[in-house]
Design a protein around this ligand. Structure first.
Ligand code: NDP
Length: 286
């Protein structure tokens, strides 16, 4: 069994992003710019945004945060989105989710110009991803998972992949990326019958459910690759736990991601990776 170390891999990817920015800075005339919209001041969301802002600046991006009042209306957030869509200096931007409940999240996300949608949350990018369109921008968490597996040289072609969870942020784009990598993909969810036996056929099992200890040893094919996306509150202590019963499952696997230190650190790197690529492609268009 080998641990897929997201922390080290993210570091490696970050180094490569920093180098690419330095290399292209002179010819492209300015650093890449990523903007972040934060609505309200919910502790977790504010923390994620400040981590992204810090990482952007460490890697050589211009990172700009737009903080909107919690009482902002859907139309206020849409106005901000439209402003960033039209602002040429902004290569890409993202909205920290979840937004406060009274905001119509779907209509706000659909307002994002898909070319600047570096978090890959518009239906245009999700649709392109399923069509294997190379211009698709993949949602940051699944993209980060693909980068993590690539770093370990994992060959995916022909594998049976099962993705448990079908959210637009994780499950669906993950399935699209695994399909693109020529896996045979099953998407499972809360209405799936006999989930255990479906998971037991998986050469690669991705769990994005959000329930601690949901994936136990009887879900696992010996030698499977297990990717744990879940971030759940632990019953004891402050360290989050994943969906997988890690201590028991890990010895059965060929590769497994720990929580924390697996998928989580890859997500921000993938966001920066997406923005870097938009910056490069936009500048070459000129
Ligand atoms: P959602 O709540 O949007 O989706 C959860 C999915 O799990 C749904 O598709 C749901 O099915 C499915 N599900 C729920 N119960 C069961 C069940 N009993 N059996 C099978 N499937 C079930 O969550 P997200 O996709 O946004 O996030 C999933 C987890 O990943 C969370 O813990 C979240 O915190 C974490 N996360 C981690 C990130 C990271 O960077 N590491 C980034 C994003 C999320 P149905 O569609 O039928 O309701």
């Amino acid at each position: 069994m080998q641990i897929l170390d997201g922390k080290n891999t993210a570091q490696k990817i970050n180094d490569s992003i920093r180098e690419q920015i330095l290399k292209d800075l002179e010819s492209l005339g300015r650093p890449p710019r990523i903007d972040m919209i934060l609505v309200g001041d919910e502790y977790g969301s504010a923390k994620y945004v400040s981590m992204k802002e810090k990482r952007a600046s460490e890697l050589g991006f211009d990172g700009v945060v737009h903080r909107l009042e919690k009482s902002s209306k859907t139309k206020d957030v849409k106005n901000k989105v439209q402003e960033l869509n039209l602002f040429n200096a902004v290569d890409g931007f993202m909205i920290q989710l979840p937004m406060p409940d009274h905001i119509d999240e779907v209509s706000v996300l659909e307002q994002i110009d898909p070319r600047k949608d570096v978090d890959g949350l518009t239906s245009v990018n999700l649709g392109k991803l399923f069509q294997k369109d190379p211009s698709a921008i993949a949602s940051a968490t699944p993209k980060g998972i693909m980068l993590l597996m690539e770093n370990y040289g994992i060959e995916l072609e022909g594998l049976n992949a099962v993705v448990v969870g079908r959210s637009k942020i994780v499950g669906l784009p993950m399935a699209a990326l695994l399909n693109e990598a020529n896996c045979t993909v099953t998407i499972a969810h809360s209405r799936t019958r006999d989930l255990k036996s479906i998971c037991k056929r998986a050469d690669i099992l991705v769990s994005a459910v959000g329930m601690p200890n949901f994936i136990t040893t009887d879900f696992i094919k010996p030698g499977a690759i297990v990717i744990d996306v879940g971030i759940n509150k632990a019953t004891e202590g402050n360290i989050p736990v994943g969906d997988v019963d890690y201590l028991k499952v890990a010895p059965m696997t060929s590769y497994i991601t720990p929580v924390p230190g697996g998928v989580g650190p890859m997500t921000i790197s993938a966001l920066m990776w997406n923005t870097l690529h938009v910056w490069k492609s936009r500048s070459y268009e000129k």
